[in-house]
Every structure is written in C-alpha cells, then in structure tokens.
Design a protein around this ligand. Structure first.
Ligand code: BDR
Ligand code: CA
Length: 304
C-alpha cells in the first residue's frame, strides 16, 4: 500500500535530496503535497528551490504550496554559510517550470489531514507550518497518522552546543508539535550524522548519470565542504524512515522543547525515563547507514 504523505521542507541541498528520494519511491509513497517553509534560506528561495527540484525530478503532479516566511515568535535565522545564498548552491539545476499552487501551505495541510485517511507529515525544516496547522485547526491532530521529523538531538547541537538548526529556528513551533499528541518520530543529529556523503558515496551518486546523478553529486560536494558535520544526509534519512523503518532503532521517550535562554532549541530527551512522564515521541538513534545509502542510490536512479 502506498503511504500518503506531505513533505514540509526548506530546501536546502539535503531537503532537495530528500524530495528526490521521495520522487524515486512513488510506488511506495503517495506524495500528496510539498509544503514549503522559511529556514535554510528565506521563503522566496525555499519555494523557488522546491519548484526547481520538482522540475529536475520530473515531478509535475505533486502540488507545491508556500507557507510561513518566519518563525512564530523569533526572527528568522538562516544558514547561507552552509547552503549558499540560494540554498541550493553547488550545481546548476534547470530553471523551474513547475509552478506554485494557489493557497497557503498551512491551509492545505489542514485540508489534506481531513481529506486523506492516515496522512503522515514528514517535516525536514523548522516546524512553523506544522505548528500553525495544529493551532489553526487542532481537530487535525487525531487525524494525522504521525509526524516524522528531522530535528533535535539527544546529544550535541549543530547551531549552539544545545540546539539543532530546525528546532533552534522555531522552538515555539516545535513545542506546539511535541505537545500536540500526534505520534512523532524524531530523527535528530544522533542518527542523521551517521549518514555522510563521503567522496566515495558522491562518486556512486554521480555514476547514476542522467541529469540527476551529477547534479546531486555536485550539490552534496558543495554542502559537504561547507557543513561543520561533513554535510550529513539529515533530511533524506527522515524520508528513509518512512520507507524502511526496520533500518532504524530507537526508543519511546518524553521530549521537552526549551524555548528560551542559552539552551533555546534544545530537545531534552528523557532517554532513561527519569521524569516518569509518558513518551510523546519515538526518538531514533541508529540507522543501518550502508543499507540506507543503497536505498537512496537505487531510488535516485529511478528519478527524472
Ligand atoms: C537540518 O538543518 C538544515 O540545515 C538541514 O536542511 C536539515 O534539515 C540539520 O540540522
Ligand atoms: Ca532542511
């Protein structure tokens, strides 16, 4: 059975690869919409980038909606130092021929949650759109099958010692999401940093050929050189979880989001159950990284 999903993203090279992975898995994933949020770069760029990636992937039948241009409370923090000014620096993608669909991402998430039984959200950017949907219409919470998100960390952060980028950019949104009661799967830095696009792996991707192989290899080379963590494949790992959860291990935990102060954006993961509070997320800490990477290469080879 094809799993119905909306990908909410802020492309970004790794978001781009996550989208391409989903396009290559159309037999297993029923991608109902791509919703876009500000994050790695401002919304004007993330929406353009989503359209460019859809064009590259030959994905003309999945609507793309623009969402929130800033976090709920804090000013927007972006990451051009990692992703470049466009957010997709490093390769020449074809110009976008796929248009944005009319309407706001938040409204479309709400409509789809009501219309599609068992819809999952896969969030690979700040959680602003997802939180806004849950605030605007809390009745969607019991309708969503789950929210699979790339964000947070059990251990170290990547923006501050405490915080991972997606949660750091909009911690208030993350708090709304983690307190929503929707089943959450959290893929934080602990697991995503286990999948690195090494030079050998980028060569494997380049060998796929066509338009997609060299472009993805170039995007990942740019990103791997700039990112402090070697350009881990953060966002594709979240899509990988939707496809093959058996490649991952984790624990059900209570996770609290810190919204203020020097640890703002921290996901406090009660890994050992010290608080006695009921779990609100499945927190993933390992992945079979070679199996995941092979899945990614096979999927990318089907795109275009
Ligand atoms: C996350 O932040 C962004 O830079 C990446 O696209 C990823 O979603 C990693 O911390
Ligand atoms: Ca992202």
């Amino acid at each position: 059975m094809r799993r119905k999903v909306v990908i909410d993203c802020d492309p970004g090279q790794d978001d781009a690869v996550a989208l391409l992975l989903a396009f290559g898995e159309a037999e297993r994933l029923d991608l109902r919409a791509i919703t876009v949020v500000a994050g790695n770069v401002p919304l004007a760029w993330t929406t353009t980038n989503a359209r460019r990636v859809a064009t590259l992937g030959g994905c003309t039948d999945v609507p793309i909606y623009a969402g929130c241009g800033r976090p709920l409370v804090n000013p927007l923090v972006t990451a051009e130092h990692v992703h470049g000014d466009s957010g997709l620096d490093g390769a020449d993608l074809p110009p976008a021929t796929v248009d944005l669909s009319p309407g706001h991402a938040v409204d479309r998430i709400i409509e789809l949650a009501h219309a599609e039984d068992g819809l999952a959200l896969c969030a690979t950017g700040p959680l602003t759109n997802v939180a806004m949907a849950l605030v605007k219409d809390p009745s969607i919470a019991p309708k969503l099958s789950r929210i699979v998100l790339m964000g947070g960390a059990i251990g170290h952060g990547n923006v501050t010692p405490s915080a991972e980028f997606n949660i750091y950019v909009d911690p208030h949104a993350a708090r709304v999401v983690f307190e929503s009661g929707v089943p959450i799967v959290m893929l934080g830095l602990d697991v995503t940093e286990q999948v690195r696009p090494t030079a050998e792996r980028r060569a494997r991707i380049r060998e796929i050929g066509g338009e997609v192989g060299p472009i993805v290899a170039d995007l990942l080379s740019f990103y791997a050189e700039r990112a402090a963590d070697g350009g881990a494949l953060h966002d594709p790992v979240a899509v990988g979880y939707l496809l093959e959860p058996e490649l991952f291990t984790g624990r059900d935990c209570f996770v609290e989001i810190v919204t203020e102060g020097p640890c703002a954006g921290r996901t406090v993961v009660d890994w050992r159950g010290r608080t006695g509070r009921p779990p609100n997320a499945r927190v993933i800490d390992t992945v079979d990284d070679e199996a995941f990477f092979s899945l990614l290469v096979e999927s990318l080879a089907r795109v275009g």
